[in-house]
Design a protein around this ligand. Structure first.
Ligand code: CTP
Ligand code: C5P
Length: 348
């Protein structure tokens, strides 16, 4: 894509595996450092070689990155080591990364070339969330994450890297973070308002495809997030894996969402319809085994309920089963990643 001379275009790249609000917050901060942001996404083979097997496919990871409202363009198959060619190929002025180290298979900084050329900038890594941490919540099968301090796989490890090994308090909900992620806007007079609700746990590519199609059914999309108590009642086990405010941040970063309601009442009753004034209430066709659609009795009776086929078979349970199936590999991937980070820090 051509670029006007006066515009600054920045390049970010990464795995973006199981995109979470830490990734979204990184892209939010990076977008404030330039006029437009291009995001390179590594392919499955590159990640497997340098880090370990990814949970999500490149196609799913691209859908997630494209769905984030601060991204101008997502670029597939980006190389693991960022060179000046990468920046030139996409007419990017500089590269931005979180202030953690990213190492290639041989333990070297993947940004060494752009750093040396003075075309590298950093922004603070978001504390309290990482893929490792989310995988830990899934595998430990506890409900600890429903409380502020969250266990990780690394909690059993003696040697902790300050990047992969840490699990601190959750994201700092500054006024700016709340405004950028959560504030939303109000519909204009005459807008066709679409309302959707659900758990949106482990916000994934199936959700993004659903939200994109739901948004296209009207002019304004309101998303309701069920409370942790409601989600735990209908999904059981230690669901939701991601708590209400964390789910709100993930969904709030999505470009197709105009307004969020969290927690949203489980049952869509007359009082709620009077408040939100939706033209249509939409739900995906992709029901989980335990789906309970009794909440839509009134909209169905009023003839304003519609079902939508997102075209994606992905569910939170499928993600869980991918992780459980590859448990050993993920534990090994995280152990190796931490060891590489510790070795690098000791020698630098
Ligand atoms: N990032 C961040 N805050 C986080 C997680 C990631 O700022 N909590 C940033 C990284 O610093 C990087 C970008 O998001 O600039 C893409 O990260 P990615 O390549 O996906 O790798 P990880 O840092 O390993 O993410 P995770 O630990 O969650 O797997
Ligand atoms: O399951 P959950 O409550 O998180 O789903 C939120 C919404 O996304 C629901 O309407 C669901 O049917 C929809 N969805 C979809 N396609 C998927 C996954 C979810 O349409 N692959």
């Amino acid at each position: 894509m051509e670029k006007e001379k006066s515009i600054s275009r920045a390049w970010c790249d990464g795995c973006f595996d199981m995109v979470h609000f830490g990734h979204a917050n990184f892209l939010r901060q990076a977008s404030k450092m330039c006029d437009e942001l291009y995001v390179g996404v590594h392919n499955d083979e590159e990640i497997a070689k340098n880090k370990g097997p990814p949970v999500m496919t490149m196609e799913e990871r691209i859908t997630m990155v494209e769905g984030i409202k601060w991204v101008k363009k997502a670029v597939p198959d980006s190389p693991y080591i960022t060179t000046l060619h990468t920046l030139e190929d996409h007419k990017c002025d500089f590269c931005i990364h979180g202030d953690d180290v990213t190492l290639d298979a041989s333990g070297q900084d993947t940004y060494r070339y752009v750093r040396e050329a003075g075309r590298f900038k950093e922004c603070p890594r978001t504390k309290g969330v990482s893929t490792t941490n989310l995988v830990g919540r899934m595998l430990l099968l506890t409900k600890e994450h429903h409380r502020p301090a969250t266990p990780t796989l690394q909690s059993q490890s003696q040697e902790k890297s300050p990047y992969t090994g840490t699990c601190s308090d959750s994201i700092d909900l500054t006024d700016e973070v709340q405004r950028d992620f959560l504030q939303g806007r109000e519909p204009k007079e005459g807008d066709r308002v679409i309302y959707v609700a659900g758990a949106f746990d482990l916000f994934h590519a199936g959700h993004v495809e659903f939200l994109q199609k739901a948004r296209a059914m009207g002019d304004f999309l309101v998303v309701g997030l069920h409370s942790d108590t409601d989600v735990n009642r209908y999904l059981g086990k230690n669901y939701p894996i991601v708590t209400l405010v964390e789910r709100a941040l993930s969904v709030g970063a999505c470009r197709y969402v105009d307004k969020l309601i969290f927690p949203a009442p489980f049952v869509v009753d007359q009082e709620f319809l009077d408040q939100v004034k939706p033209t249509k209430i939409v739900h995906g066709q992709h029901y989980r085994a335990s789906s309970d659609l009794s909440m839509y009795e009134l909209p169905k009776r009023l003839g304003i309920y519609e079902e939508l086929n997102s075209g994606s078979p992905l569910t939170t349970e499928i993600i869980m089963s991918r992780i459980i199936k590859n448990r050993g590999e993920f534990e090994e991937r995280n152990r190796k990643k931490q060891l590489k980070e510790l070795n690098y820090l000791a020698s630098s």
